[in-house]
Design a protein. Structure first.
Length: 174
């Protein structure tokens, strides 16, 4: 539990973490993803409490960037089209003057493993790949796209005694 108290930033993959990994593909090459509202709300609360949030995804659509913009994540902290997510993770840490030990990462599959290993706490959804599950520091009770991000953010904020909600502050920010 002590590691959870050191966390200053929460970073994550998209497909398989914030979504269940399903993609609806259209003829015009557009991809539709479904996000969990409770996960999104917890991202907003983390930002309200002073945490830095970053997103590293292989997806490369403005729809993904727009989703995080509505949560309050600055566009420069949303890394689209990532191939080799560790480079994006290192850039994120450097830009925010963070040691990797202060950053939690949530990923679900083989491309996430280098970041899961590098982060202070590597977290996977309950339905992560076997390889990712094997090296994770923490496996969620919930699967990707079904509240695992909320589970983790709530756990971090509770460990730091920051899991409380000020309606007035929320309405000012979002």
């Amino acid at each position: 539990m002590e590691n959870w108290k050191k966390i200053k930033a929460i970073t994550m993959d998209v497909d398989g973490v914030l979504t269940d990994g399903s993609l609806l593909a259209f003829d015009n090459h557009e991809m539709i993803r479904v996000f969990n509202a409770k996960d999104s709300f917890s991202i907003r609360v983390a930002l309200m409490k002073g945490f830095v949030v970053g997103v590293f995804t292989g997806g490369n659509t403005e729809g993904v960037r727009n989703r995080f913009e509505t949560c309050g994540v600055p566009s420069e902290d949303v890394y689209l089209g990532c191939r080799g997510k560790i480079d994006s993770f290192e850039d994120f840490c450097k830009r925010h003057s963070l040691d990797a030990s202060e950053v939690l990462y949530i990923g679900d599959d083989v491309p996430d493993i280098p970041v899961l290993k590098a982060a202070g706490i590597g977290v996977v959804p309950a339905d992560a790949s076997e390889d990712a599950l094997r090296i994770a520091d923490y496996a969620c009770e919930l699967p990707g796209g079904k509240g695992c991000v909320r589970e983790v953010i709530e756990r971090v904020l509770r460990a730091q005694r920051k899991w409380f909600f000020e309606d007035e502050d929320y309405s000012k920010i979002f």
